[in-house]
Write a protein that binds this ligand. Structure first.
Ligand code: FAD
Length: 476
């Protein structure tokens, strides 16, 4: 009997838990629901949506090689998912629906409604843990609570993780051809229904972000060959391509965390936490990714625009559209911050160190609500992922899970000297400063600013630091 597999942020055929399990039960048909209005309401911008769209096209090809047809439906939002899936299941006479679980609140609610609809209709439904090693709730503290701090979470993760979590799922064999045709995937710009808002074209070049599982596997292989062993030394330096740049692929599931972890073990004598320091710390980043997924389930308020630390709800954020615009447009007068923001807007990606620096600058130096920054990142990032973005922003704004106190406030100029020592990253993104001596590029003089047209600092570091400390101090 035919099995319907619903693809979401798991756009691959390799190591795909739902696909693998479904194929053991019978012939498979895939389905993808494009939910443009929902994506918009979740703040995803054109770069991410275009990457997703190209990923679905790649998936259709990967499925075709296995003789698996892919149905494609344009729906507005998650409300339309249960009915659309049921109609598709009935049309192909499917026996069951299979999908991999997703954890942000709206996605969980959507899946509950789909489950109800299928149960009422008497159709079977199977959901699986796939995106992360442990189902949220499986790793709890001694008090049976969700971890609020990363380090003990990571310790528990490493203690418990084993073959059950890490074994790669079987890839289905090429099945006999079915009498069901794949749907044509309409071009993003096509308005097939008048009520669907036409998507914006991607604002970034697509070539650096080839979609699909093959591109993802190449990127992983390339990272392991060239950068992984130096990861620990290079990962904090934005001028060096020292990280994997796999985040967009992990966020859309063009590669799985198991594939990444298996690759680590294959190159590290079977170890994840020990052995090569670069590979071990890269593994740790994948655990951070998982940590934030657990946080989204354990503390669902973070999915409702609320802070993880409730007392910070009372924080008196400033309101300044002018300062916000200067941050967005890379005109704060702090070269590292501005270079980073220009990288984000131009490429859809920003180095992790700079995500921390720019997020802290917005929320601490400018004392602007972190949610504005979170939304701006989401709009531009090609790797936009709710849990990681929200987790990263709340960490930086000291409203989140950071174990360090709020008075850790990065000095952007010190960060610049430390992590861009030759100011090469700054020179790349702020061409107006490129001709200055490297040491001045971190903090140009008033005269140099005047000559190059580079703006004065939007705020004095010491003053801003005091203002932020004052704002946080009285929260209790
Ligand atoms: P690598 O260093 O190669 O790490 C490997 C993988 O581990 C990444 O691809 C990613 O999946 C995961 N990872 C690494 N660091 C983190 C982290 N701190 N938190 C969670 N997962 C991590 N990551 C996203 O995938 N999407 C986002 O929308 C996002 N927004 C962020 C916003 C802020 C303010 C901050 C501070 C961090 C954010 N991150 C986000 C996390 C991190 O910056 C990116 O995952 C990383 O820069 C991607 O580059 P990479 O693939 O080369 O990472």
């Amino acid at each position: 009997a035919t099995q319907l597999v619903w693809f979401r942020n798991d756009l691959r055929t390799l190591d795909h838990t739902a696909l693998s399990a479904a194929a053991m039960k019978g012939p498979v048909v895939g389905i993808y629901l494009a939910c443009r209005q929902q994506w918009r309401s979740h703040g995803h911008g054109a770069n991410k949506i275009s990457f997703l769209h190209r990923g679905v096209i790649a998936l259709a090809e990967e499925l075709k090689a296995l003789n698996i047809p892919l149905l494609y439906r344009d729906i507005d939002d998650f409300d339309a998912a249960p009915g659309t899936l049921l109609e598709a299941a009935r049309r192909i006479d499917a026996q069951a629906l299979h999908f991999n679980r997703e954890y942000p609140l709206d996605e969980q609610r959507r899946d509950e409604r789909v489950t109800d609809e299928f149960t009422q209709a008497g159709l079977a439904l199977f959901d699986y843990t796939d995106h992360i090693a442990f189902e949220p709730g499986e790793l709890l503290t001694g008090q049976n609570e969700y971890y609020k701090v990363f380090t003990p979470f990571s310790r528990a993760w490493h203690q418990r993780v084993g073959a059950d979590q890490l074994a790669l799922r079987d890839t289905p064999r090429r099945q006999a051809r079915l009498d069901i045709a794949s749907d044509r995937i309409p071009a993003l710009a096509e308005r097939d229904r008048s009520d669907i808002v036409p998507p914006q074209p991607s604002k970034i070049q697509e070539a650096p972000w080839p979609a699909g599982q093959e591109a993802a596997a190449d990127r992983l292989a390339d990272f392991l060959r060239q950068r992984a062993r130096r990861y620990n030394d290079d990962r904090d330096f934005p001028a060096i391509a020292g990280t994997s740049e796999l985040s967009a692929y992990l966020a859309t599931g063009m590669i799985s965390h198991r594939q990444c972890l298996q690759a680590v073990m294959a190159n590290n004598g079977g170890h994840l936490a020990d052995g090569d320091a670069g590979l071990a710390s890269w593994t740790n980043e994948l655990v951070w990714r998982e940590f934030y997924q657990h946080i989204a389930v354990g503390f669902p308020r973070v999915c409702r625009h609320r802070p993880f630390k409730l007392e910070t709800d009372k924080l008196n954020w400033r309101h300044s559209d002018k300062d916000f615009a200067a941050w967005c447009e890379g005109r704060t007068g702090f070269p590292l911050v501005d270079a980073a923001m220009r990288q984000l807007v131009a490429t859809g990606w920003m180095h992790n160190r700079l995500r921390m620096v720019t997020a802290m600058f917005l929320s601490k130096h400018l004392l602007l609500d972190w949610r504005r920054g979170e939304a701006f990142f989401m709009e531009h990032l090609v790797d936009g992922d709710f849990a990681s973005n929200n987790g990263g922003w709340q960490w930086a704004a000291s409203t989140g899970t950071d174990a360090s106190p709020y008075f850790r406030i990065f000095n952007p100029t010190t960060q610049s000297r430390r992590f861009d020592p030759e100011a090469t990253f700054i020179a790349q993104w702020l061409p107006e400063l490129a001709d200055l001596p490297a040491k001045n590029r971190h903090e140009p003089s008033a005269e140099q600013r005047h000559k190059t047209g580079y703006p004065p600092a939007i705020v004095d570091h010491k003053f801003a630091r005091e203002r932020a400390l004052e704002a946080f101090k009285n929260l209790g």
